[in-house]
Design a protein around this ligand. Structure first.
Ligand code: HEC
Length: 415
């Protein structure tokens, strides 16, 4: 075979394969005449009715690949979105109102997710030109110590809360409540209203939201991806279809794979915070305490000491309870550190839900014992010994509750 002939055959093969790839790759499903997207008409950077969102542009790619138009069924992205869109049948046509929802969490729930098409992490946003720079959460504490106590605005239950508390920023946090039931819109409002107006100095929000609201703000802002939170805090998003629409999901997965480069390019136009150098976190619980051969780390040891100075009076030397206070080992076993902190520091809410008949009797029999005698859990928030060491107390009690540590006085690993 001559070299020329080889070249010719190669070219032919290439031509053929590229032809196959572009023309005959994907066909719409039987009866499908449009890509019918369920979306919010006012939810940038995701979507709007002027088709300016990244999901609008990604939906257009799907239409392009299938050679059919994209149609929208608009509904506000909040609780009830799925029920009122992709899962709802139009009584006139007998067909579902729409067939695909964009940017849904990458997990099977209300929808079957396609392969994920973008990922992001929370971000920190602050006003430019205030004379300080923040590149990680602990910088807020640094700047605050230097004289300017920065106020932090965040959405209740934000992922950064834990790190903020660890940095002793509890007093500087202003929690914002959900207004519409959609975290994405609400955290955007913290940036566009509270941060821009100076009500807070730093805001925490989901990356795409932070980036978008900072970019359209009249007040110049800096967006810092919270890559320090680690890979556990990267969340991925998919397109969602109805569980029964398996062929549709497969088709979408193939389109996502083929057009990955174009999809990434669209996402990149929306200033999505970079995920470069995200700290690798192993998917496992953080180390709360260390016990080796009956010896404990400093935190756990300190927790034991504090417990025996401030808590044992009511909860008993072994933390197993007295008539003045409940058994803490039972309680702490399934209580997160965050909840423990809230319960001990903030307020002890004696919330007895007496509406549950099967629990009512048991609860009623408990209440008088503690309350009738006037023993109540004190609020420890203003105690200078307890407040900074709440996680140490938690470490000790958790080690005890998990059975890692016995009743005896623990020894320290380091002396
Ligand atoms: C004056 C007595 C008293 C002291 C001192 C005390 N507690 Fe309590 N604690 C209580 C009582 C009583 C309750 C239960 C309150 C209720 O059920 O209304 C409670 C509840 C709790 C709970 C919540 C249990 C649950 O079921 O949710 C935690 C956690 C706790 N205490 C931790 C501590 C720690 C840590 C200390 C020491 C820093 C401490 N307590 C000191 C009396 C006390």
């Amino acid at each position: 075979m001559t070299a020329l002939r080889v070249l010719f055959q190669l070219t032919l093969a290439l031509l053929l394969s590229s032809n196959i790839a572009s023309a005959a790759d994907f066909k719409p499903l039987t009866g499908q005449t449009a890509v019918r997207v369920c979306a919010d008409a006012h939810n940038l950077p995701y979507s709007n009715d002027k088709l300016e969102g990244f999901d609008n542009k990604i939906a257009a790619i799907i239409g392009e690949e299938l050679g059919i138009p994209v149609e929208y069924y608009w509904f506000p992205q909040r609780i009830g979105f799925g029920r009122n869109t992709i899962k709802k049948v139009d009584p006139e046509t007998g067909k579902f109102l729409c067939d695909i929802a964009m940017s849904i969490p990458d997990e099977r729930g209300l929808y079957t997710p396609t392969d994920a098409y973008f990922s992001s992490i929370d971000a920190m946003v602050y006003r430019k030109g205030e004379g300080y720079e923040l590149s990680q959460i602990s910088d807020i504490a640094k700047v605050s110590k230097q004289g300017k106590k920065l106020k932090v605005g965040l959405f209740d239950r934000a992922t950064a809360t834990h790190t903020l508390l660890e940095n002793g920023l509890e007093d500087q946090i202003e929690y914002f409540q959900m207004m519409t039931g959609d975290a994405r819109i609400n955290s955007g409002r913290i940036v566009s209203e509270a941060l821009a107006s100076g009500q807070v100095d730093v805001a925490f929000a989901w990356g795409p939201i932070a980036a978008y609201y900072a970019s359209v703000s009249e007040v110049p802002m800096t967006v810092v991806p919270l890559n320090e939170l680690g890979t556990d805090f990267i969340f991925s998003f998919s397109m969602g279809v109805r569980h029964q629409d398996k062929d549709w999901k497969e088709l979408l997965d193939k389109i996502i794979a083929k057009r990955k480069g174009d999809i990434d390019a669209i996402i990149a136009q929306y200033n999505m915070p970079s995920l470069a150098n995200v700290k690798q976190t192993i998917k496992k619980k953080r180390v709360i305490y260390t016990v080796e051969n009956g010896k404990v780390d400093d935190k756990t040891y300190l927790g034991w000491r504090l417990f025996n100075s401030s808590c044992y009076v009511c909860h008993g030397e072994n933390a197993t309870g007295t008539e003045r206070g409940p058994d803490l080992l039972k309680v702490v076993k399934d209580m997160s550190g965050f909840r423990f902190r809230k319960k001990v520091l903030r307020k002890y809410f004696a919330k007895y839900n007496l509406d549950v008949p099967e629990r009512r009797l048991a609860l009623l029999s408990q209440i008088p014992v503690q309350h009738a005698r006037g023993f109540e859990m004190p609020i420890w928030d203003d105690d200078p010994y307890i407040r900074p060491h709440i996680s140490d107390l938690y470490a000790y009690l958790k080690a005890r509750a998990d059975g890692a540590l016995g009743e005896e006085k623990p020894e320290r690993l380091t002396k």
